[in-house]
Ligand binder design. Structure first.
Ligand code: TEU
Length: 554
């Protein structure tokens, strides 16, 4: 093999588990660590070798665990530290690594640091957070994702001052300018690393560094809220913090480190992940999931363009994560595929083929191996997520058209992807013997593990074959990427090449048959995998079925 700088975290296939929704072992309706332990053999059977666990720490759950009140504990809803240790041991025994979610742009307002910080202006913890004394007047505007008014400053009467919260009012932002805060963060990361966890996902990390003066927003920000969000991200100090974190934590262990968010430009992204900078292994960008994030849907051209641009920008160096879904976006099959009964299996398998045949470390969200879909909501009472509930309050205040708002929310809400894992056709989908914290998707009677285990061609079994294919063919991990048929309206075609190994990936992103005429230099030699019956092209021509995915050896 040429000098491709092999790393386990490049070859890994990551499976993301949202623990509240994976498996409930004690009947309280909330998934837990013992539930995951029960399902370790299932996870192993998928072929995935790394699990990213979203937060399991004590939390008032304003944002389902992304508001942490004790960074070195386990939420009683999820179990105990002994359960965690057993989970980690059970994973390692099966050759599965564990990545923890580190949420340190902010803590919970119930974290002892914040309780102290808000209690008086001269408390030793005061500078753990960003405070703006009211006598200086109103602080300059900053955007908050989850605030009812999208205002990141919350007035607190106890000390007559405002505190900063880029997420909900219960998620005050930590002050990274304070070396004490950074020391505490490295301490908690070392606590988990010393336990033997294999990596960290840094939540919302591009937002941590701030200018403590909070100057007025530049004029460009008046045009569009997106500019405000970009302005608030990637203060250059973020790189100093990451290099310090690397010295204090990462350099001591063999870890997978990934940031949520890859900055505002390709240069930002490279600065986060290029190996010689000693910051992170990889990052995941939002450009891909932003495609299709409106009711209007998306075109193949947009989708292909985004992934091709990122591929090209990282062709020579750097490494990225590749994913189509997580707990912050709708189910991939409802967003990029077709979730009708006739086409959802094929389109889910097509999307998994994309994720597992691109360069970058693939991240697969629990349930996407089955083609789990968006769920059904009647009214606002069905939504659990703080983002959904507060955006609804804001929409009411702003007097927007509520029919349109609700249609968008139903399609795009994060609750879509948080419904319980569909294990079987029983009333609670085999997730819990109690009442699930979030209603199971009614289609669990058709889409579930038990049914799919019995069908050789189910999305589940196809997914297993795909993972195996990636493991067997390093070209799928390390090979260079080349786009073909750039104007095709239905088919996304690309090749991957590594030394004398080469593959061609053909993905029909449409619900109609698609004809393909291959250029002369592409001569498929054999079929590696397809989600539907496939044959080698004849004289360079072939027809793909709706949502058919094919990988040929070249
Ligand atoms: O998400 C950060 C982030 O960028 C999101 O705010 C995203 O823009 C939003 O989810 C779109 O609705 C991370 C976590 O992944 C998310 O679950 C948390 O709610 C958030 O941080 C706060 O910790």
């Amino acid at each position: 093999m040429p000098n491709i700088d092999r790393k386990w975290w490049k070859e890994a296939v990551v499976y993301q588990i949202y623990p509240r929704s994976f498996k409930d072992s004690d009947g309280d309706g909330v998934g837990d660590l013992r539930g995951i332990i029960e399902k370790l053999d299932y996870i192993k059977s998928l072929g995935v070798d790394t699990v990213w666990l979203t937060p399991v720490y004590p939390s008032p759950n304003d944002d389902n665990g992304y508001d942490v009140s004790d960074y070195c504990g386990i939420h009683p809803d999820f179990g105990s530290m002994a359960d965690f240790d057993e989970l980690l041991e059970g994973m390692h025994a099966r050759g599965i690594r564990l990545v923890m979610d580190i949420v340190v742009n902010h803590s919970s307002d119930e974290h002892p640091w914040f309780v102290q910080s808000r209690s008086s202006r001269d408390n030793p913890y005061r500078d753990y957070y960003h405070w703006w004394p009211a006598e200086k007047g109103k602080p300059n505007y900053r955007y908050s994702f989850f605030d009812e008014d999208n205002n990141a400053w919350q007035y607190d009467a106890t000390t007559d001052a405002y505190y900063l919260h880029y997420f909900s009012v219960k998620q005050p932002d930590l002050n990274w300018d304070n070396p004490e805060v950074r020391r505490e963060v490295y301490k908690l990361m070392n606590f988990w690393a010393a336990k033997g966890v294999d990596g960290f996902r840094l939540d919302a990390f591009q937002l941590v560094a701030k200018d403590p003066e909070f100057p007025p927003l530049p004029e460009s920000c008046a045009e569009d809220i997106k500019h405000v969000i970009s302005y608030q991200a990637m203060d250059p100090k973020v790189h100093d913090y990451l290099q310090e974190m690397h010295r204090e934590v990462f350099s001591k262990y063999d870890l997978m480190t990934v940031a949520e968010g890859a900055g505002n430009t390709f240069a930002d992204a490279h600065a986060l992940v290029d190996a010689e900078r000693n910051e992170l292994n990889m990052a995941y960008h939002f450009d891909g999931v932003h495609v299709g994030s409106s009711l209007a849907g998306y075109t193949l051209a947009e989708f292909r363009d985004v992934y091709t641009r990122w591929e090209e920008a990282f062709a020579e160096k750097g490494w990225l994560a590749i994913y189509l879904a997580n707990h912050d976006v709708p189910r991939m099959v409802s967003k990029y595929g077709n979730d009708s009964p006739a086409l959802r299996a094929a389109s889910a398998s097509l999307l998994n083929t994309f994720v597992l045949s691109m360069r970058g470390t693939p991240y697969v969200y629990y349930g996407d191996e089955l083609g789990m879909t968006n769920t059904e909501f009647e009214g606002i009472a069905d939504f659990q997520d703080i983002a959904a509930r507060n955006s609804h309050k804001k929409a009411l205040k702003d007097g927007v058209d509520m029919d349109t708002f609700m249609a968008q929310l139903k399609h795009l809400s994060r609750d879509n992807s948080r419904t319980p894992m569909q294990w079987d056709a029983s009333p609670n989908a085999g997730f819990s013997s109690g009442t699930p914290w979030l209603r199971v998707n009614p289609n669990h009677s058709e889409i579930n593990v038990a049914v799919q285990e019995n069908h050789a061609t189910s999305p589940l079994n196809y997914f297993r074959r795909l993972v195996q294919l990636r493991k067997d063919h390093p070209v799928l991990v390390y090979g260079s990427y080349q786009l073909w048929l750039p104007e095709h309206e239905q088919v996304y075609a690309y090749s991957r090449r590594l030394d004398d190994a080469a593959v061609l990936v053909l993905l029909n992103f449409s619900d109609a048959e698609a004809s393909v005429d291959l250029p002369n230099e592409l001569v498929p030699q054999g079929l590696l995998i397809s989600n539907l019956a496939a044959a080698l092209p004849v004289a360079g021509k072939l027809v793909l079925q709706p949502y058919q995915a094919i990988i040929f050896a070249l």
